[in-house]
Design a protein around this ligand. Sequence first.
Ligand code: NI
Length: 169
Amino acid sequence: MVYPIIKFPDPILQRPSDPVTVFDEDLSRLVDDMFESMYLAHGIGLAAPQIGIPKRLTVIDLSFQKTPEDKITLINPEVVTREGKIFEEEGCLSLPDIREKVARAAKVKIRAQDLRGNWFERDADDLLARAFQHEIDHLDGILFIFRISALKRDFAMRKIRKLQRAGDW
Ligand code: NI
């Protein structure tokens, strides 16, 4: 099943999601649906609140279906350590057409549960580190436009209102 992507300023995107506690077939199906919805929307990451499900669950595939081992499912993820800082452009399926540079840790170690509920750790740098931080932010109710300067955020808000008026949002 393909879910529509919820856009800013829907309040579900701006509050913390609840931990996943049940690791069953419904959860596996939801993860499959999230990958399907993400690919259809041409995204490389999707968090459950973006489809209206306030659970701490996210899927990522930087290869966009090219490499099966790049499909990553993170359940109840958290950042364990952060190192360095980089400033690169980001986008988000919930903020179409908005791209801004966001400061993120250059390297992170995260821990998360898999579909069976087993905890694992993973180190990441570059784009994957950025994707982990962006998606975990979603689970905490934080969108990337709240990590940029007030001036740039005002500019983004104006663009969003313009798109809304034109019926393109
Ligand atoms: Ni996003």
